[in-house]
Design a binder for this molecule. Structure first.
Ligand code: AKG
Ligand code: FE2
Length: 360
């Protein structure tokens, strides 16, 4: 993932609430108490659930296309990522977040940076803080591992590097399945080689004394082509769906990984595959950990609606933009970012951006 300047703050003295030790809190502090909103409720409609797709099935391309058009999110099984590796990464994350705050702050995300330890990067758009902490790894984990465990950094590095390697292969495979479902099968249909860049985002949501008034990670879309999310066995991820009121829980499914359609796939597909609006809620008893592999194009590549999907009846809806430019736009406009790069209003049949959805 390319780096951009963000207005995060790793200076503990300027805002001590940002670095509260959430694990020891017995009450929800006012800084973390969100006003419940009427549109915040969970959808009780059990007849609809996020698709679970078996990558070994012959019709995987077709069902992925359907899931991208109608959900923007799905779970995959038979993805070839071993459960052992998934468990190891979860353990590495737990080990990291259980360090004392002062030690975690040695690897704090710098003021103008993107990697390291800190609160959610989207925090600046919300009046209240989220009940979570995060750790972003761009490229090699070595520098951060040395800051956290000067004598004993190997294990963390080995696990993260192994996971990054496997995730990259899987992300590329899933991207081509998505593209295949749009009729894009040739490398030359993309204006880059197809290989991508990525960041690994570890999220930790401690058990919360007042979960109904707290927010783990507020509503957002990912600024990626696609995201591969591992959400352990504790529920918390919720998504919205066009035509359905309220939030739909994505229940943890043994062995499954969650795929989010991101904003850059929304642009590539000229709005046919809308990025999914999602959030993470917290609970009273369980410490939840999630690991997001945020996959995008190489930093110099300009992403624009795929030529094969554009004609006189379907003009390009978005202007060409690199990943870093888009991250800059997102850091400024947040939920209006897609709209801010749109060239013309969507026609019938195209999905609206998320700017009509109330976030937070
Ligand atoms: O923890 C989750 O379930 C969601 C994480 C997420 O949305 C993210 O890291 O972008
Ligand atoms: Fe996300």
């Amino acid at each position: 993932m390319p780096s951009i300047k963000l207005s995060s703050d790793s200076n503990i003295t300027s805002n001590p609430h940002k670095f509260l030790d959430l694990y020891s809190m017995t009450e929800l502090p006012d800084t973390h108490a969100w006003t419940p909103q009427p549109d915040h409720h969970e959808c009780k409609c059990n007849d609809e659930s996020v698709p679970i797709i078996d990558l070994n099935k012959e019709n995987a391309t077709e069902v992925i296309g359907h899931a991208c058009r109608t959900w923007g999110v799905f779970q995959i099984i038979n993805h070839n990522i071993s459960q052992k590796l998934v468990d190891e990464v979860e353990l590495a994350g737990k080990r990291l977040f259980s360090l004392p705050m002062q030690q975690k702050l040695r690897a704090a995300r710098p003021h103008d940076g993107i990697s390291g330890y800190g609160v959610a990067r989207i925090s600046s758009f919300f009046p209240k803080l989220m009940w979570s902490e995060g750790f972003t790894i761009l490229g090699s984990p070595l520098q951060h591992a040395l800051q956290l465990w000067p004598q004993d950094y190997h294990k963390f590095c080995d696990t993260i590097e192994k996971y990054q390697k496997e995730m990259k292969k899987l992300a590329n495979r899933v991207m081509w399945l998505m593209l295949g479902s749009l009729g894009i099968t040739e490398l030359e249909d993309l204006n880059w080689g197809g290989g991508g860049c990525a960041a690994l985002q570890l999220n930790s949501y401690p058990a919360c004394p007042d979960p109904d008034r707290a927010m783990g990670l507020a509503a957002h879309t990912d600024s990626t082509i696609l995201t591969i999310l591992q959400q352990s066995n504790i529920s918390g991820l919720q998504v919205t769906r066009e035509g359905t009121v309220g939030w739909i829980t994505v229940p943890p499914h043994p062995g499954a990984l969650v795929i989010h359609v991101g904003d850059l796939m929304h642009i590539l597909s000229n709005g046919l595959y809308p990025s999914v609006l999602h959030r993470a809620v917290v609970n009273r008893t369980g410490h939840r950990l999630s690991v997001a592999y945020l996959y995008g194009p190489p930093s110099s590549v300009k992403i624009s609606p795929l030529t094969k999907l554009v004609d006189n009846l379907h003009p390009p809806l978005y202007r060409p933009i690199t990943w870093s430019e888009y991250l800059g736009t997102k850091a400024k406009h947040f939920d209006k970012a897609l709209t801010s790069v749109r060239l013309c209003a969507p026609r019938n049949g195209f999905v609206e951006d998320h700017n009509s959805v109330k976030v937070g």
